[in-house]
Design a protein. Structure first.
Lengths: 245, 52, 223
């Protein structure tokens, strides 16, 4: 069993296998995304309260979901790398961070663009936006620590530990910010909490979420392959591979 | 878009930008990694020739 | 094991007391930064009272952050950290001793001088009480969580800003509940929930932070 895991988690094996997977993920992401966008922008009905501006949720909500999901993936991969010393897991974590940060950024700016028509201001300190902002800081901290430490193994393990500490903190931070926000709500009632959603709006939302997932899968595979090449740059399999290029 | 055109379309435009950036960046990164390794191979070959 | 703990604690305290003047720095920083706000904004009592909880808490946060360097840097540079890591005693316990020393030297003085700053910022008496309790519960957490950050960055050159970037997001829940406790106490409302939360976070930090710090030290500082 352990041999099996070691074989499948070798960077070289991963590099060869992933080449086949990437096109599948990329194309399905494109198809699902286009269909979801079509349904969301042209088929879903106008919202009673928010008019047409609600359509931003079809990118804002999936982006926010991805920002959290990718952080989880980062933390779990880092834990696997730390506990079982599987280098591929460290590579996946490092590869995921910039992707997660970009989705967090997207969630923030689309949240701001949704906020202006809703509340009249681009930025309000509501629970969702504030939590996303803090999540962005957590991503930056991870990436900064990775690049600050020279030795690759130490850098992976240190930033991996930071990711795990961050994951433990995320529920605490989220709860604190929610609680803090209910105190200071004032006139801005957060319309982000959708009570129940019309199914015609729910379906494009879920489709976009799936599309983003498939997109992340494709991109993280490409990035992880780059990490594998770079980290094993002095090993034979890479040298032979590059030599053939 | 009921007067909200700017907000909705800017959001989707930014989504598009982020998606493109996430595609272009790893591809550029890959090229850089490969060319760097190639340079290292080249340098080592030259050093070997010098040593002979 | 308790011997090692108390020896390390006393050693750290003694070493710090040799540079007595350096000890006052975080304290002076704390008072200085809080004093900047009346100067920068307005000295009217109502405005001061409104911003007091946040200003005092953020300044305390920054003062602790700036002082975290002393936790491991000197030991890393002169080799004592290596000795600690080679010790047969669990590194977790040794870390706890160092963190306790750090808190006694930085956190506790902040708690002691906080009432004065409460007066500076026109806080009513009930709020000053709660200020002390909240800082008493919060500053140990700041030292404990701060230790994780320091251990991750101890081998990085000029890692000070990196340390802040890593730790400040983790400090946010403590800041929220600590400052809020003082805020509602000034309006004579119950602060039980907030203080219980701070207590719970302290318990969590006491059990997990030394472990995380020990793991981080073995990652970054073993040679």
């Amino acid at each position: 069993m352990w041999n099996w895991i070691q074989r499948f988690s070798s960077p070289k094996y991963f590099y060869d296998m992933s080449a086949m997977l990437i096109p599948w993920f990329a194309i399905s992401a494109l198809l699902v995304g286009v269909y979801g966008l079509y349904l969301g922008l042209f088929v879903a009905p106008t919202d009673y309260q928010q008019g047409e501006s609600y359509r931003i949720i079809f990118v804002h909500v999936p982006a926010a979901w991805m920002s959290l999901f990718i952080y989880m993936v980062m933390a779990v991969s880092a834990a696997i790398g730390l506990i079982w010393q599987i280098r591929l897991a460290d590579m996946v974590a490092a590869a995921s961070a910039p992707i997660g940060a970009s989705f967090t950024f997207l969630a923030l700016v689309t949240g701001m663009l949704w906020g202006k028509p809703m509340w009249g201001a681009y930025w309000v300190w509501d629970a969702r936006l504030t939590s996303e902002l803090i999540l962005l800081f957590l991503y930056f901290g991870y990436m900064a620590l990775q690049s600050a430490i020279e030795d690759q193994r130490s850098a992976d393990k240190a930033s991996g530990l930071l990711a795990i500490v961050g994951v433990v903190n995320i529920p605490i931070i989220h709860y604190s910010v929610e609680w803090w926000n209910t105190l200071h709500q004032g006139a801005t009632v957060t319309k982000f909490d959708k009570p129940s959603m019309h199914v015609d709006m729910l379906i494009p939302l879920l489709l976009m979420a799936v599309a983003f997932q498939l997109f992340y899968a494709a991109v993280v595979l490409i990035r992880t392959r780059n990490e594998a090449l770079y980290r094993d740059r002095n090993r034979r399999w890479v040298r032979e591979l590059i030599g053939r290029m | 878009m009921g007067g909200y055109a700017f907000f909705v379309w800017t959001s989707y435009a930014l989504t598009f930008v982020v998606v493109i950036a996430n595609i272009v960046s790893p591809i550029v990164q890959r090229k850089k990694v490969i060319s760097r390794i190639k340079r290292t191979i080249r340098r080592e070959q030259l050093q070997k020739q010098d040593n002979v | 094991m308790f011997n090692a703990f108390s020896h390390l604690l006393i050693r750290d305290l003694r070493l710090a007391l040799r540079n007595r003047h350096e000890l006052a720095n975080p304290l002076i920083f704390f008072v200085l930064v809080v004093s900047l706000f009346p100067l920068a904004v307005t000295p009217t009592p109502e405005a001061l009272r409104a911003m007091a909880p946040g200003v005092i808490w953020v300044s305390a946060l920054l003062a602790v952050l700036l002082s975290l360097d002393r936790l491991f840097k000197q030991d890393y540079e002169d080799g004592s950290l290596d000795q600690l890591m080679l010790s047969p005693n669990p590194l977790m316990i040794l870390v706890l001793a160092k963190v306790l020393a750090h808190w006694l030297l930085t956190g506790l003085p902040l708690v002691i001088i906080a009432p004065l700053l409460g007066l500076f910022m026109s806080l009513p008496m009930e709020a000053i009480d709660v200020l002390i309790y909240s800082l008493l519960l919060g500053t140990p957490v700041l030292s404990l969580v701060g230790a994780i950050g320091v251990s991750l960055t101890v081998a990085v050159n000029r890692g000070g800003v990196l340390l802040s970037l890593i730790i400040l997001p983790l400090y946010i829940p403590i800041l929220i509940f600590g400052a809020n406790a003082v805020d509602v106490a000034a309006d004579s409302m119950s602060v039980r929930g907030q203080l219980l939360f701070l207590g719970a976070v302290l318990a969590l930090a006491l059990s997990l932070a030394p472990l995380a710090t020990a793991v981080a030290l073995r990652i970054t500082a073993s040679r």
